[in-house]
Design a protein around this ligand. Structure first.
Ligand SMILES: [Fe+2]
Ligand SMILES: [Fe+2]
Length: 472
């Protein structure tokens, strides 16, 4: 840390606190904050409402809102204070006495000679903190800006490609319904997507706009599967079961090809079918129809299995698990991953009969199904690559600014702290240049909540994202 940073933010014990210092984090506590009892839990929730905390729970460090702490947690840090609790952050003699009494032992503070900065508004304060970032953090931020702008550029150039894929799938299914199967067009499309390495950018598009339940669903599932699968294979230096990347993407695009054997009225229905209805029985046959059709086309087993197995769940007594004759334990990693991607897309894609879920809501929902619908192993793989806040999620930071999530933190980093490109500042004003916040280095900020892009930006989220001009 360089000298100017030392001057601005400093770690101090309770005995070294001085009037007019500003506490930006509580970092050390007496024993009563280990394994907390109901009294301490209630005290913290009441007095630090709206703040964030890092706790040790079951030997794992996690960051949670103070409202989510539980008995038995050990408190490691309290930070990201709302303005309403200024009495606990602006130091005076009364506060020092209260902190000693309560066993609050150490803090990160801004020293008095720097308080002018904090009085000029949250945004200026942020800028001032940033201007004195250590060199390695400034370099990291510059790298983040470069990567984020590249992603934006790729999303912009992939928008049309995504739409084109949707109409190719629709055309393919329509023709197959009348008995003609010609896959040349989709093979050419696969070739273009693989050649342009478009799958990461196209996966971000999934989180930025609504989709239909059949045709763009196939494109969304295909590109997300391909992106996650090959990232995993490359990171872990594993062998793919597919002969080529094209084969994997083709298989994922065709996972619902069996739906081409169902009447179009069922596929495009605006109502949800009852679980015992005739229509639902027909829907449940599509993995089998798909596998049969792909076999007649001489597709390899790796592709046939993607169609046959993508609705099989760990708990096969669930009525969402079919066909019933195949057991989850027979599924390879590829089919397990595809099945999970298929559910994720179904949650975030907009259906005619239900509202879509935000990507972070979908991740939270899916985490509750581990051990029921899929194994912890496949969930961990998926979660690690998607993140707590998938790329394109719209989030509000602790200073009330709002922005898009731009990356998934690396394996050794905190998943709750991605890069965020701001679109509105803390006062709710739209920004022309989108400041990038790297939450791994800007510890005084955190994600407060996530929003539905469709609620906030209507159908314009994808355009807003692709027009971002990201700056440090
Ligand atoms: Fe399906
Ligand atoms: Fe599907």
């Amino acid at each position: 840390m360089n000298n100017s940073v030392k001057k601005l933010v400093e770690a101090v014990s309770v005995d070294k606190l001085k009037a007019d210092m500003i506490i930006i984090a509580y970092t050390g506590f007496s024993n009563q904050y280990r394994n907390i009892n109901p009294r301490v839990c209630g005290f913290l929730k009441l007095n630090f409402a709206g703040s964030k905390t890092v706790v040790l729970r079951d030997n794992v460090k996690i960051e949670v809102p103070i409202e989510a702490i539980r008995m038995g947690d050990s408190i490691l840090k309290i930070f990201s204070f709302p303005n309403s609790i200024e009495k606990l952050t602006r130091v005076n003699h009364k506060l020092i006495a209260a902190l000693k009494k309560r066993g609050m032992l150490s803090f990160s503070v801004i020293k008095p000679n720097c308080t002018k900065i904090t009085n000029t508004g949250k945004e200026n304060n942020q800028r001032a903190l940033r201007s004195i970032l250590p060199k390695k953090d400034r370099q990291r931020l510059a790298h983040g800006v470069e990567l984020s702008n590249k992603l934006v550029e790729r999303v912009r150039s992939c928008k049309l490609q995504h739409d084109q894929g949707t109409s190719i799938v629709e055309n393919l299914m329509d023709k197959a319904r009348s008995g003609q199967v010609c896959i040349q067009e989709i093979e050419n499309y696969v070739e273009t997507v693989v050649r342009n390495s478009s799958t990461e950018a196209m996966s971000a598009i999934i989180n930025l706009r609504a989709s239909d339940q059949t045709y763009s669903h196939c494109i969304d599932v295909g590109v997300l599967f391909q992106h996650l699968y090959f990232t995993h294979i490359e990171q872990k230096k594993k062998r793919s079961i597919f002969q080529t990347k094209n084969q994997a993407l083709l298989g994922a695009f065709l996972h619902d090809f069996g739906k081409s054997q169902l009447p179009k009225e069922i596929l495009d229905s605006k109502v949800r079918f009852g679980s015992d209805s005739k229509e639902m029985q027909m829907m449940r046959s599509h993995p089998y129809f798909g596998a049969k059709l792909l076999k007649t086309m001489n597709m390899p087993d790796s592709i046939i299995n993607m169609s046959l197995c993508h609705h099989i769940k760990m708990d096969q007594s669930l009525n969402t698990s079919y066909p019933s004759k195949i057991s989850y334990s027979d599924l390879n990693l590829e089919s397990r991953l595809l099945a999970l991607v298929d559910i994720y897309q179904a949650l975030v894609g907009k259906r005619n009969y239900k509202r879509s879920w935000t990507p972070p809501q979908a991740m939270r929902y899916l985490s509750a199904l581990v051990g029921i619908e899929y194994t912890p192993e496949i969930w961990n793989l998926f979660f690690r690559l998607m993140g707590e806040y998938p790329i394109g999620s719209l989030v509000v930071l602790s200073d009330d600014s709002m922005g898009f999530v731009m990356n998934v933190p690396k394996e050794e980093e905190d998943l709750l702290r991605p890069l965020v490109a701001l679109i509105r500042n803390a006062e709710g004003k739209n920004l022309k240049n989108n400041t990038l916040v790297d939450l791994q280095i800007e510890n005084n900020l955190s994600i407060k909540s996530d929003l539905d892009v469709l609620d906030i930006l209507n159908n314009n989220a994808l355009n807003e994202f692709s027009e971002l001009k990201i700056v440090a």
